[in-house]
Design a protein around this ligand. Structure first.
Ligand code: FAD
Length: 462
């Protein structure tokens, strides 16, 4: 890396937070994906929007790529510095600036870790529902840039439903304020939403105002055991059609529950083909009524057994099991292709049936885990990237999974984003005029394409 650039960056942020050693660069060269990695030339860790602004001005003037980064837990290749250049990591911008219990809002810097935020809110009886299962490490900036979801989103919605205001630094260095601290805001286009889910390609988010809700007073967790995955999938639609919207409905298949039982024995029914984990929450009286209705529906829908957690400790055990699910999948093979498709919720059983057919046809075992209440599954295929033939076939099997989801009216990504991982499928999944509009918006906001270049759409289109 040019000494001059390093010196210029150090002038902006100070010494010790401009990293260029091979070890440091390697640390920021990968993310949660199994197959993507690329070395940046330099990593810079600013602490203020003004510093971010100066870094972007410098990069824009010199046409240097900048890849924004939070904790690097994304699973779409979003924070891979695929064109080299600067990784701008926001983890030192980690202050919770305000929690307003009367207005039910909070304002945070982007590097606040989601779990730290949750703990701070819990002390005040407040609740921020979007709960990606990487909550122990992921940053709020990363969750806004990915519009992340999680189990609670069945009832409460995904990140975008909570973003009220943003401060964003544009590629030019301009520090722009969007939205505000009101829950209603009809002032022109909803530009804060444009940046929510923009995967670091339109600007660097430096401040976020979020809507909060009071912590639900009570909850009840249920675990339903199924001998057939398709029957389990149909039970999800039956619950939603019964007039109850539970806080969470999660799906775990036999493979994953056996892996979890191996890792942390807790007496899971290891012969079950599928488990549904369901939570009802709200006032104590409402929870009783809803839980009874859910249990009745599960039994009528073919559950072999329905367990209601007797106390908070048992419920916490089940949810810990669920949050270990993704890690259990990733540890299962040398290379794990874990996807993130979403289908209409009334098509979940049909989709699970199609996954079975694809597995049979291609010979690849497919594991199933996901936010079933949102129709959002993470089918995973186990392969080895160093075995070229097997890896190519695994990718073809994954393409069949995408096709199956799209054919049911589903989408390429429910929550993980497009990044690098799914850009080659984007043309297939999107209206071409809409795709070109996106590229034009990108060019308008970032004419030199310095912000997270090479992401979302295939390069030759830009
Ligand atoms: C075990 C595990 C479980 C997971 N479970 C879920 C889940 O349930 N639901 C879900 O939605 N996701 C899940 N994920 C994916 C991931 O954790 C989320 O996408 C999360 O939002 C990423 O946050 P991060 O801080 O790690 O961001 P990063 O991975 O660092 O970055 C993600 C994207 O955001 C951009 N970005 C980061 N910070 C900024 C900023 N300040 N300004 C502009 N752009 C920025 C980056 O360029 C990149 O494109 C999981 C991942 C793992 C490893």
């Amino acid at each position: 890396m040019e000494k001059k650039l390093r010196a210029q960056l150090e002038k902006i942020v100070g010494k010790g937070v401009v990293l260029t050693s091979k070890e440091d660069l390697t640390t920021y060269s990968y993310d949660g994906t199994a197959t993507w990695a690329h070395m940046p030339e330099v990593v810079v860790l600013p602490t203020t929007a003004e510093q971010v602004s100066q870094i972007l001005k410098l990069a824009n003037d010199n046409k240097i790529p900048v890849t924004p980064r939070g904790a690097g837990t994304n699973v779409s290749g979003g924070s891979i510095p695929i064109k080299g250049g600067i990784v701008l990591c926001a983890t030192r911008m980690n202050k919770i600036l305000d929690i307003n219990k009367t207005n039910l809002t909070a304002t945070v810097e982007p590097g606040v870790v989601l779990q730290d935020f949750n703990l701070a809110l819990a002390k005040q009886g407040l609740f921020y529902p979007p709960d990606p299962q990487s909550f122990l490490g992921c940053t709020i900036g990363g969750t806004v840039a990915e519009n992340a979801g999680g189990p609670y989103c069945v009832k409460y919605g995904v990140t975008k439903q909570y973003v009220l205001g943003l401060e964003v630094v544009l590629a030019s260095g301009y520090i722009m304020k969007l939205g505000g601290v009101t829950v209603k805001n009809r002032t022109g286009y909803e530009l804060a939403m444009l940046f929510t889910g923009s995967e670091g390609t339109l600007g660097v988010i430096t401040k976020i105002t979020l809507k909060l809700i009071p912590m639900p007073q009570a909850s009840k967790t249920m675990m339903a055991v199924f001998d057939d995955m398709v029957v389990g999938g149909q039970a999800v639609s039956n619950i939603l059609a019964s007039g109850v919207v539970p806080a969470k409905i999660e799906f775990v298949d036999n493979f994953i529950l056996r892996r979890i039982e191996e890792m942390m024995p807790m007496g899971l029914p290891v012969d079950a083909q599928a488990l549904l984990l369901i939570m009802a929450d709200g006032s104590p009286a409402a929870v009783e009524v809803e839980a009874k209705q859910i249990v009745d529906t599960l039994k009528k829908s073919g559950a072999r057994e329905v367990k209601v957690a007797k106390d908070a400790a048992e419920a916490a055990k089940y949810w810990k099991m669920r949050s270990a699910g993704f890690a259990a999948t990733f540890g299962a093979a040398k290379t794990v292709l874990a996807e993130d498709v979403a289908v209409p919720r009334d098509k979940l059983a049909e989709f699970i049936g199609k996954l079975g057919e694809i597995s049979e046809r291609t010979g690849f075992f497919i594991s199933h885990l996901g936010h079933a209440g949102d129709g959002n599954l993470h089918p995973a295929i186990f392969t080895d990237v160093s075995d070229k033939e097997n890896f190519a076939k695994a990718q073809e099997a994954m393409e069949e999974i995408f096709e199956a989801a799209l054919s049911l009216g589903g989408v390429l990504s429910g929550e993980h984003g497009i990044g690098l991982e799914k850009q080659r499928f984007l043309k297939r999944a999107m209206d071409p005029v809409a795709l070109n509009l996106m590229i034009k918006i990108k060019s308008l906001l970032d004419p030199n394409h310095i912000l997270n270049p090479g992401k979302i759409w295939e390069e030759e289109r830009v």
